[in-house]
Design a protein. Sequence first.
Length: 145
Amino acid sequence: MDHLIRNIVKGILALLLFVVVTGAQMGQSQTIRDKNNSTIARIDSDGTVRNSNNSTIAHINSNGDIRDSSNRLLGTVSSDGTVRNSNNSYIGKIESDGTVRNRNNSYVGKVYQDGTVRNSNNSTIGYAKDVPVRYAAIYFFFDLI
């Protein structure tokens, strides 16, 4: 019985933490910057991607669909990080540690926990602090947005 109660309490605490973190980010846009730290895009909490002129260029739905401003499907990213283009062809993978691989499983770069984005030569190509790793990887490494 104690084990069951402990698991219930852990579940409630996890849910509360999720609500607090999500609530703190609601309504905020997250900024994507180039290697010179200039803003190149923003991603709103609802998945809307805006360019530096604040024009909507894409939307990433909660189910992983990536659509342009006309709602045309550009590709998808699944919960396991698999990335497919609009023809449903496999084009790469985003691993849980932020490592990005292309369709040939070659290393193309990584999105680090601090938001730094580096290419396969370990050169910094941008920053995406507080941006979900999958969104940053899609933006920098896959030609979908």
